[in-house]
Design a protein around this ligand. Structure first.
Ligand SMILES: Cc1cc2nc3c(=O)[nH]c(=O)nc-3n(C[C@H](O)[C@H](O)[C@H](O)COP(=O)(O)O)c2cc1C
Length: 362
């Protein structure tokens, strides 16, 4: 089999986006059982726990699923960098009444160890963002029987993944919620919209493309397939699902989202990400280019964000969401998928009637 065939055979060609701190195994299982491709976000999982997490999923479903890692290089910021980052955060910590964190020896998980554990665990599909694997790393995953999906924000990044031997590309348009995956160009040159990105990546590489960014319902799924994508990857659309783990405060902010509520920010984690705009994003904008790179800033803001959340304060916590967040709705993840797929059928029928491909219904 190939990844293209796996996606082609999915009863519902929807990939549930891996969402670190917002989705977990229950959502992946619900989606895979309903006929889509569920994804487990393994970025926050320690290498020693990855094998157990993948084995638990395998034990609970025969359906395919994906496991996702964020490719973060080991980070050893200088003491001065940490000190000035903490000085900048001090007033925010004072506001939430939490002590400033201490400098650490290690920031974030060890990606090399995580990848080794994932390769051994051999999930059906592994997806990656923030960089590109080496050919040898892709080959090791292939030997284990795992298909590899690489996230691209530009055509050049899709080509880099194709050259590394990936089986498919997740084309992440600028509408997408959460972190940008860009790794070859700066942020300004990595904000292609989903519609333009999917068609240009399709043209550039001979691999199945998974469209991501701004897809919220069956109309978006139909549109992604019409552009030539093999599947639609949806994240924000699942943020109010029964299986979502993003918490009540974040979900309340989503429920009252205004028409154009999201912005990109580097202030929370040191890597650009899209979320509902709040005061921390606005007031840190002028200095966000100066904060330590991901994952250091994310670790340094962590206790502040958690204290804000505990106090129900939406202004100082991460509220990742994509541009079409207003369309997010509640429900069981499997039910939502079935509804979207039915809507995609209705959209296709309406389009066929409009184009004259089939006569309108009586
Ligand atoms: C809350 C949240 C967390 C995310 N975490 C991850 C992650 O851990 N790994 C990853 O590859 N992508 C992550 N993403 C990005 C998604 O894979 C995907 O690109 C995005 O959700 C698609 O756009 P949409 O949110 O408009 O559907 C995250 C997105 C959101 C909204």
């Amino acid at each position: 089999m190939s990844l293209a065939a796996l996606l082609e055979k999915l009863p519902i060609p929807i990939v549930q986006a891996p969402m670190a701190y917002a989705s977990a195994a229950d959502m992946a299982l619900a989606v895979s059982r309903a006929g889509g491709l569920g994804s487990l976000p393994a970025a926050p999982i320690a290498p020693a726990e990855i094998g157990l997490a993948v084995a638990a999923l395998k034990a609970q479903t025969d359906a395919p699923f994906a496991v996702n890692l964020l490719m973060t290089p080991p980070s050893a910021p200088s003491p001065q960098e940490v000190e000035s980052a903490l000085a900048r955060l001090a007033p925010w910590y004072a506001e939430v009444g939490a002590p400033l964190p201490a400098a650490l020896h290690q920031y974030g998980q060890d990606f090399t160890a995580q990848l080794e554990a994932l390769t051994q665990a051999a999930p059906p599909v592994a997806s990656f963002a923030f960089s590109v694997l080496s050919k040898a790393q892709v080959e090791a995953l292939h030997r284990a029987g795992t298909y590899v999906v690489g996230t691209a924000n530009t055509v050049a990044e899709a080509r880099a993944w194709a050259e590394a031997g990936a089986d498919g590309i997740c084309a992440q348009g600028s509408e997408a919620g959460g972190h940008r995956g860009n790794f070859l160009a700066e942020i300004d040159a990595s904000l292609v919209g989903t519609m333009a990105l999917v068609v240009t990546v399709r043209q550039a590489v001979d691999l199945p493309v998974i469209a991501a960014g701004g897809i919220m319902d069956g109309r978006g799924v139909a549109a992604a397939l019409a552009l030539g994508a093999s599947a639609a990857q949806m994240g924000t659309a699942f943020l109010l699902a029964d299986q979502a783990v993003n918490g009540a405060v974040w979900q309340a902010a989503i429920r009252k989202a205004t028409d154009d509520p999201t912005r990109l920010t580097r202030a929370f984690t040191g890597r650009y990400a899209r979320g509902l705009e709040n005061r921390f994003m606005r007031e840190m904008r002028a200095v966000e280019d100066d904060v330590p790179a991901y994952p250091v800033q994310g670790v340094l803001t962590g206790p502040m964000r958690r204290a804000a959340e505990a106090a129900g304060n939406q202004e100082l916590m991460v509220l990742w969401a994509g541009q079409a967040v207003k369309l997010a709705g509640p429900g069981d993840a499997g039910e939502l998928m079935r509804r979207w797929w039915a809507e995609a059928g209705e959209t296709a029928r309406a389009l066929a009637a409009r184009t004259g491909a089939s006569p309108p219904r009586p």
